[in-house]
Design a protein around this ligand. Structure first.
Ligand code: ABN
Length: 171
C-alpha cells in the first residue's frame, strides 16, 4: 500500500540530491529554523482556553487567594479553616475592628468595599495564607496598613483566620 509513497519519496529525494549540495540543504534548513524561531512566537493563537481554568477558579473559589474579594487580605482564609468566606469557624469570634479593602468584582466590573475581619480565640489556622494587599501601605501609614492582628480589641486576642465580607459599593 505504501509502495507508491516510498517510490515517490525516493524519487523526490534523489532529484533534490542532484540539484542541491548537502551544504546548501543544511543552509536552507537552518535558515528555515531561524525564521520559524522569530515568526512562531508572534503568531496569534487562541489562549482563551488556557486562561479560562485559572480565571474561573479565581472567580468562584473562596479557598483561592485569587478570589476577587481577597484582593487586600492578609491572613489565613477562614474558608480553609472550618469557616467560610463570611463566617468564623466554630469556637472563634469575629474581630470587633477590621481592615477595609476595595476590590473589583470581575462579574460586574464594580468596586466593592470588603471588610476583612479576623476570627479570634484559637491558635493560627496555618492554612491558605493569602497576602494580596491591594491598596495597602507600609506601617508608617497606619490607616492603610493591614499587617495587624484585628483580634487586639477582643477578649481573646489570639488570631485564627480572616473572613471577607462585602459591606457596600465603593463610591
Ligand atoms: N490580620 C491578620 C493578621 C493577624 C496577625 C498578624 C498579622 C496579620
Amino acid at each position: 500500500m505504501w509502495n507508491w509513497f516510498d517510490q515517490f519519496s525516493e524519487n523526490q529525494a534523489r532529484t533534490l540530491a542532484t540539484q542541491i549540495s548537502r551544504r546548501n540543504a543544511l543552509n536552507r534548513i537552518s535558515r528555515l529554523m531561524v525564521g520559524a524561531a522569530f515568526i512562531l512566537p508572534v503568531l496569534p493563537f487562541d489562549r482563551s482556553t488556557a486562561n479560562a481554568a485559572g480565571v474561573n477558579k479565581a472567580k468562584d473559589d473562596a479557598t483561592a487567594c485569587e478570589y476577587w474579594r481577597y484582593c487586600a487580605i492578609d491572613g489565613f482564609l477562614c474558608s480553609c479553616c472550618g469557616g467560610s468566606l463570611t463566617q468564623c469557624p466554630p469556637g472563634t469570634d469575629a474581630s470587633k475592628v477590621s481592615w477595609i479593602g476595595t476590590c473589583q468584582n470581575p462579574n460586574d466590573g464594580k468596586d466593592y468595599l470588603v471588610s476583612y475581619n479576623d476570627c479570634c480565640g484559637k491558635t493560627a489556622c496555618g492554612k491558605c495564607l493569602c497576602n494580596t494587599n491591594v491598596g495597602e501601605r507600609p506601617g508608617y501609614s497606619l490607616g492603610k496598613h493591614n499587617d495587624v492582628n484585628w483580634c487586639m480589641s477582643n477578649d481573646n486576642s489570639m488570631f485564627h483566620c480572616t473572613t471577607a465580607s462585602v459591606i457596600g459599593l465603593a463610591e
